[in-house]
Design a protein around this ligand. Structure first.
Ligand SMILES: [Zn+2]
Length: 357
C-alpha cells in the first residue's frame, strides 16, 4: 500500500512531468518495535481468479467451469496461451530483443503477450509509435489492435498519452539511450540500462490514478473500482492498482516475465492474466486493507481539483477545459494595467535598457 506525500496532481501536467513522491506504508512491529512494510499476497485481491483456477484444477468429476461468459473466455485464453501460444510468443519476443526500435518492441509485446491473455484482444497503440497493420516482428500476423489517439485525462490536471490502452493502461519502459541515437532509425535497445522500472514509477502512478477515475466514469456498474495499470520493461513488469472509491493505491513487486534465455516465466504470466482480466478476476481491496484505514492521500492532496478527475476523457479533450474563460478583447482587471505608463505613445523611443548597462 502506498501513501503519497507530495505530488503535482493539482497542476496541468503531462504524465512525463508528473511528480509523485509515494512511500510504502510501514507499521511498527509489536515485538521488535521495528518498522515493517505492510504487504499483501498478490492473490488476495484476485480471489475470483484464484477460485476459478482451483475449481477447474480439481479432479475431473469435481472440476467446474465458470458460469460467467467473460470468466470462461479468460480461462480459455490462459489455457490456450500456455498450451499452444507460449513457444510462438517466446520466439517472437526473443528475436525482437536486439536491434528493434522500442516503439516496435512495445507493439510486439502487446500483440504476442498482452492481447493473447486478455478476454478482449483489442488494444489501442499510441499513434506516434507507427501505423502498420501487421506485427513488426515479421510473423506476418495482422494486428488485433490499432493505432490512434491514446491520450487520457483532463488538461487542467494530470493527463497524457498511454503507450497502450486496453482494459488496463500500459506504460513501456523506454529502451532508448539518448547518447546512442544516430539520426533516423537510431533507436535501439541498450541492454543493461532498460530494466529499472523505478525510473518510470511516478509516471505509472499518475497514469494509474487517472485511469482508475476513467474506468469508474466508463463503468459505474463495476462492483469495485480497483483498477490496474502495468509498467513493462524488456524483462520485468510491475502493477499499480488504484481504487478511486476508497483512495487506496497498491504497488506490486517487480516481476520477471522473460528469462535471459528468452523463456516466459509462468507464475508472472498467470499474474499478468489476472491483471489483464481484472473485470472478471479481481475481488477488490481486502478487508485487511480496508480495516487498516491507510489511504493514498491523493484525494486530500488534490483538494477541489478532484472534480476534474471525475471528468477525465479518452482522448484527452482540450475543449473540456471549457470552464476557463475564453480570451477576448474585453476590459482588463485594474491590476493588469502597465506598471509604468507613457503619457504619449507617439513619443516612444526605441527600447533601451536602463542606464546601468
Ligand atoms: Zn509478431
Amino acid at each position: 500500500m502506498l501513501k503519497i506525500n507530495h505530488c503535482n496532481a493539482e497542476c496541468p501536467c503531462t504524465f512525463s512531468k508528473a511528480y509523485c513522491m509515494a512511500a510504502r506504508y510501514r507499521y511498527v512491529h509489536g515485538i521488535s518495535s521495528s518498522e515493517i512494510v505492510k504487504k499483501f499476497a498478490f492473490s488476495s485481491i484476485f480471489k475470483y481468479g484464484e477460485e476459478l483456477l482451483t475449481c477447474f484444477a480439481k479432479p475431473k468429476n469435481e472440476s467446474r467451469l465458470p458460469q460467467r461468459k467473460g470468466a470462461r473466455i479468460a480461462l480459455e485464453k490462459l489455457f490456450s496461451f500456455m498450451s499452444s501460444g507460449l513457444e510462438l510468443t517466446e520466439s517472437c519476443l526473443r528475436k525482437n530483443i536486439k536491434g528493434v526500435p522500442e516503439s516496435d518492441w512495445s507493439v510486439v509485446v502487446a500483440h504476442h503477450l498482452l492481447s493473447k491473455l486478455a478476454v478482449s484482444s483489442f488494444y489501442l497503440i499510441d499513434q506516434s509509435r507507427g501505423k502498420q497493420n501487421r506485427c513488426p516482428c515479421q510473423c506476418g500476423e495482422s494486428l488485433t489492435g490499432t493505432y490512434g489517439d491514446s491520450s487520457i485525462g483532463s488538461p487542467e490536471v494530470w493527463h497524457g498519452l498511454l503507450d497502450i490502452l486496453m482494459s488496463v493502461s500500459v506504460k513501456f519502459m523506454s529502451f532508448e539511450d539518448p547518447d546512442s541515437l544516430s539520426g533516423s532509425g537510431g533507436h535501439y535497445i541498450v541492454r543493461g540500462k532498460e530494466t529499472d522500472l523505478k525510473s518510470i514509477r511516478e509516471q505509472i502512478i499518475a497514469q494509474s490514478i487517472v485511469f482508475s477515475f476513467f474506468q469508474r466514469k466508463l463503468h459505474p456498474e463495476y462492483v469495485h473500482h480497483l483498477i490496474p495499470s502495468i509498467g513493462i520493461s524488456k524483462d520485468m513488469l510491475v502493477v499499480y492498482l488504484y481504487d478511486c472509491n476508497n483512495d487506496i493505491l497498491l504497488e506490486s513487486s517487480e516481476m520477471p516475465y522473460l528469462t535471459t534465455q528468452g523463456a516466459l516465466v509462468k507464475p508472472t504470466i498467470v499474474a499478468l492474466w489476472l491483471v489483464l482480466n481484472y473485470e472478471f478476476l479481481c475481488s477488490g481491496i481486502t478487508k485487511g486493507m480496508n480495516d487498516s484505514g491507510v489511504k493514498s492521500n491523493f484525494t486530500q492532496l488534490v483538494h477541489e481539483k478532484l472534480k476534474l478527475y471525475d471528468k477525465v476523457t479518452v482522448p484527452c479533450d482540450s475543449s473540456c477545459s471549457g470552464e476557463e474563460e475564453q480570451w477576448t478583447w474585453g476590459a482588463r482587471p485594474e491590476n493588469d494595467e502597465p506598471a509604468q505608463r507613457f503619457s504619449d505613445v507617439n513619443m516612444l523611443q526605441p527600447w533601451k535598457l536602463s542606464d546601468s548597462s
